[in-house]
Design a protein around this ligand. Structure first.
Ligand code: F6R
Length: 254
């Protein structure tokens, strides 16, 4: 059963499976509405564990309910820097495996920062990413997870509200969380490219997911602490159309 509590960050408590279904349905409705209007649906997308059920639900809708992705343009939130394009841990590879290939998304419509940009080119690459988002008409719906240190995208603590797509140094806790995927801490990239906080907040709708007891403390802090760079997820409060979906384990006691 879903229940909603109004705060400056509307929070919906439901099961992870129901949340994934609800968000996938909302995305499907957006895609179909934009198609009827002869337009593209522009999605902002995360990687990680949390969105996997949403991607599985979208693949299901594509296969069994004829959800067509030919008018979909996607912008991923972030990508590691310093990985060869064929490295198994790039976010591009993750997205192809979990969504893009299965729904037949045109690679020309799937934007992800490059993992192998030469240092001298990073700034221009980030500017071009921002320009591509604008050229696509801006992001209609941004899907987000929350890191256990409160990051959104790879906007780690210390990120400014007006930050845009840029190169960042990953926090140690973030690198620690990625360690298992890379076969040891020494192999985890130190840097990444991420959309900025302002890039995220410019999305017309934002849907945030946080599941499991490991997210409860960061959800509590996101709801309770002062808005600011110490906890970038707090910047989401006050967005005109944001919803945070949590399961019972991630929901702080009220
Ligand atoms: C991933 C991203 C991150 C994750 C966050 C939660 O592209 O931008 O902000 O959303 O680290 O990760 P999971 O879902 O693995 O707990």
């Amino acid at each position: 059963m879903m229940s909603t509590r109004e705060t400056s960050l509307p929070i919906v408590t439901t099961s992870a499976a129901e949340a994934a279904h609800s968000v996938a349905t909302e995305i499907a409705e957006l895609i179909r509405a934009r198609r009827r209007g002869g337009r593209a649906a522009v999605l902002g997308l995360p990687t990680g564990r949390t969105p996997l059920a949403v991607y599985a639900a979208l693949v299901e809708l594509h296969r069994h309910s004829a959800l067509d992705f030919s008018n979909v343009v996607t912008f991923n939130l972030d990508e590691y820097l310093g990985l060869a394009p064929q490295h198994p841990q790039t976010f591009r590879r993750y997205m192809r495996e979990h969504l893009f290939d299965a729904v037949g998304l045109d690679p020309a419509n799937a934007w992800i920062p490059a993992s192998d940009v030469a240092p001298a080119q990073v700034e221009a690459h980030c500017r071009e990413y921002e320009s591509a988002i604008l050229a696509a008409g801006g992001i209609d719906l941004m899907l987000l997870g929350i890191g256990r240190n409160g990051h959104i995208g790879f906007n780690e603590p210390g990120s400014a509200r007006d930050s845009r797509t840029r190169e960042v140094r990953l926090a140690e806790s973030t690198r620690e969380d990625c360690r298992a995927h890379f076969g040891g801490a020494a192999h985890v990239p130190e840097r990444a490219i991420t959309m900025g906080v302002a890039t995220i907040l410019a999305a017309r709708r934002i849907r945030v997911l946080a599941f499991g007891a490991a997210k409860r403390e960061i959800v509590r802090r996101t709801l309770d602490e002062a808005t600011g760079p110490a906890l970038p997820a707090t910047y989401l409060r006050g967005h005109a159309d944001v919803k945070l979906f949590v399961d019972a384990e991630a929901r702080p006691a009220s």
